[in-house]
Design a protein around this ligand. Structure first.
Ligand code: ADP
Ligand code: ZN
Length: 428
């Protein structure tokens, strides 16, 4: 039923395990130049409960950048066997180093995630994300092998080849970035295949924010079950939190991480169930432990217990990064609010782009929206009607009327990896 019995561990025992591992982590972290200074005066023995973690200082992305490349490492370089780097979505990338033991722990966590959403040894997994420094390549790859699946390291792009591999090797599980999944679903149909006849049954989707509406669209278009996969390179990569078959929030593995959700401004824990910034501490990583890392990702703990019996708490889908918030005419807007509204409309196709521009003395919000072919008609009046309808629906959601531009499908440029949702050219 579980890949590892620890997934259903009694919570009291789980928290005891966390405290033991936290103490070890603090002691070990002090071997890294950064934490040697930052944690001087901190005694691991003073930590009696998980809540005591609040006594420790946060670690930020800026800290990691400041320590680039080796300042966070607890041992000499010859003990490390791999490095990865973050995608650099919000600035200079950070580097993460792994010992062989760290890679093993990561592969185990990853295999556990895949098992939880129904993958089995008999499955064939095609990894459609880029390999290289991005953790979604090798991270998923080794997890898949660890579970015993036949693994097809397809890498990103080249739609025709992807389809051929899937058909030739009877691929039952895809690892695919959600924005690419929407594009791919369309492409498969254009190549003359019925998505209902493809051998796949499970898609692991993650690496970028996406809404429930986008998931629905992927599931409907592809005839597949899509499971949300969350991770970040600073916490290994994918495999941090994952949906089980109930698709109701992502179990976050508390035997490997201590998880907190804090208020962005005060840094204090939010009330149970409220949205805040996810903060994580690695408690099984030996080479590069990170304490109270401020992920900048916004989420909340889901209430109640999961029907699957796993005791590790679930977090809600990430609503965005704290840095994603756009402020326009005094209104706070997140890109995912826009996606949610667009993807719920039957006329809307697979892609969209948000542009913030300065026109004259005011800032404007423009939303480019790809429209399905059957709605992209020559009749000017219906097009204007559709444009107005989208603007009105968006205004209901974000309280501001954007300028909507209708686009033909596949006309908005697609990034190779994570989607670029916002282009901001405002004069500051
Ligand atoms: P970067 O932060 O430069 O993009 P990473 O490749 O390490 O580098 O990506 C991790 C980030 O990707 C997370 O912090 C989060 O913002 C985003 N992310 C990953 N998985 C998901 C997911 N399932 N839902 C939403 N966002 C996600
Ligand atoms: Zn569950």
């Amino acid at each position: 039923m579980y890949h590892n019995p620890v997934e259903a561990m009694d919570r009291t025992a789980l928290e005891e395990l966390q405290v033991d591992r936290l103490k070890e982590t603090i002691a070990n972290a002090k071997n890294a130049p950064f934490y040697e200074a930052r944690l001087s005066g901190v005694n691991p023995e003073d930590f009696k409960t998980v809540a005591d973690i609040e006594k420790l200082p946060f670690t930020t992305k800026e800290d990691l950048r400041g320590q680039y490349p080796y300042g966070m490492l607890t041992r000499s370089l010859d003990e490390f066997v791999r490095l990865h780097a973050s995608s650099g979505t919000t600035g200079t990338p950070t580097a993460v180093f792994y010992t062989q033991k760290d890679l093993d722990t990561w592969a185990d966590l990853m295999a556990r995630c895949m098992y939880a959403c129904g993958c089995r040894k008999s499955d064939v997994l095609q990894n459609m994300s880029g390999y290289g420094l991005f953790t979604g390549g090798l991270g998923i790859h080794y997890g898949s092998e660890r579970l015993g699946m036949l693994t097809v390291p397809a890498g990103a792009g080249n739609t025709k080849r992807q389809i051929k591999l899937i058909r030739d090797f009877n691929v039952s599980v895809l690892h695919i970035i959600p924005s690419f999944a929407l594009y791919f679903a369309q492409k498969v149909q254009e190549e003359g295949f019925d998505t209902a006849d493809m051998p796949w049954k499970i898609a692991l989707i993650g690496a970028e924010p996406h809404t429930e509406e986008a998931r629905q669209k992927i599931e409907d278009m592809m005839h597949i079950k899509a499971y949300n996969s969350y991770g970040l390179s600073e916490m290994n990569g994918p495999g941090v939190a994952f949906e089980c078959v109930h698709q109701n929030g992502m179990h976050i593995w508390e035997d490997a991480y201590i998880v907190e959700i804090i208020d962005l401004d005060t840094g204090k824990h939010v009330a149970e169930g409220e949205i805040g910034e996810l903060v994580m501490t690695t408690i099984t990583r030996e080479g590069m432990p990170i304490i109270r890392y401020r992920t900048r990702d916004l989420t909340r703990f889901m209430p109640g217990k999961c029907e699957c019996g796993r005791t590790h708490r679930r977090i809600d889908r990430i609503t965005g990064r704290a840095d994603d918030m756009m402020i326009l005419k005094g209104v706070n807007i997140y890109p995912m609010q826009i996606e949610q509204c667009l993807m719920a409309m039957p006329e809307v196709g697979q892609n969209y782009l948000i542009e913030l521009v300065t026109e004259g003395i005011t800032d404007q919000l423009k939303v480019k929206v790809e429209i399905k072919d059957e709605y992209f008609v020559e009749d000017m009046r219906s097009l204007q009607g559709l444009q107005k309808k989208i603007a009105k629906n968006l205004c209901n959601e974000i309280l501001l009327t954007p300028r909507v531009e209708l686009c033909q499908h596949n006309s908005i440029p697609k990034a190779d990896g994570k989607a670029v949702r916002v282009i901001d050219t405002r004069e500051k």
